[in-house]
Design a protein around this ligand. Sequence first.
Ligand code: SF4
Length: 67
Amino acid sequence: MLYIDPSACIDCEACVPECPVEAIFHDSAVPERWADYVALNAERSAALKETGGNITEKQEPKMGCGK
Ligand code: SF4
């Protein structure tokens, strides 16, 4: 799973139409059933930055991404 860092995101929404499973929403438009993911993205992206798990370079699509 990938996480979006809300402290780095500039809300350009360029990623929204690119997500093959339509899993990305502007934080003001996240469906209620997925609202918990807003905090999860903040928590996990902060934790991953501390451990070096953040993505800083373009990578090839992972298996199963639908592309
Ligand atoms: S592409 Fe998506 S994650 Fe990146 S800055 Fe734009 S809205 Fe944020």
